[in-house]
Design a protein around this ligand. Structure first.
Ligand SMILES: C[S@@+](CC[C@H](N)C(=O)[O-])C[C@H]1O[C@@H](n2cnc3c(N)ncnc32)[C@H](O)[C@@H]1O
Length: 179
């Protein structure tokens, strides 16, 4: 009797467990890249029209939107926060960019990046450590990765760009890697 009740309770908890598992771990807080720096990230990556780019932890979607709108890329963001996901999808729709831009509501550690030409990332050093094995496994040869402010340990950057003042008194460092 007790075993039956226990199994019923466990079964009723399965959808919650599945949801929690899907949610994943929040790897960094929301802290947007200034638009001027977004453009420099995409220029550093030499993003070209039609190329596939992914922003890992896409926030309000500003990198994805600029990649699609200004660089003509096929742009995908991955965002774990449902409010930011909705906000960025609404903006993509209002700009009529749905064919070239989209945001996946999900965990950056559970996606397939094998088609990516360019990856942009602005997370934390510990997050980069978690993402690195996935990118090493999935990315095709020649794919470029631009990381804002935080290096990938164990990788040697092809270029490092320092921005002394973004116009609001903040400095930034961009790291370009090539697989
Ligand atoms: C520092 S913000 C960068 C936002 C945007 N890429 C930019 O540069 O403006 C990091 C973003 O990553 C998201 N994030 C954190 N952990 C995540 C995860 N595991 N999967 C997807 N997104 C995540 C946060 O919600 C936040 O929006």
């Amino acid at each position: 009797m007790i075993a039956r009740r226990l199994s019923l309770v466990l079964i009723s908890l399965l959808p919650i467990a599945a949801f929690c598992q899907q949610q994943g771990e929040k790897l960094a807080p929301y802290y947007p890249t200034p638009e001027t720096v977004v453009e420099k990230m995409l220029q550093l990556a030499e993003l070209k029209p039609g190329e596939k780019m992914f922003d890992l932890g896409s926030g309000d979607g500003r990198i994805v939107i600029m990649a699609a709108q200004k660089f003509g890329a096929d742009a995908t963001g991955v965002e774990i926060d449902p409010d930011l996901w909705k906000q960025s999808m609404d903006r993509i729709k209002s700009l009529g960019l749905e064919k070239r831009a989209r945001i996946i509501l999900g965990d950056v550690l559970k996606q397939d990046y094998s088609s990516a030409d360019v990856i942009t990332v602005y997370l934390l050093p510990s997050s980069n450590d978690k993402i690195r094995p996935l990118l090493e496994k999935q990315l095709k040869k020649g794919a470029r990765i631009v990381s804002h402010d935080f290096e990938f340990s164990g990788w040697t950057p092809e270029k490092v760009e320092h921005i002394e003042d973004d116009g609001e008194g903040r400095s930034h460092t961009l790291y370009l890697y090539r697989r």
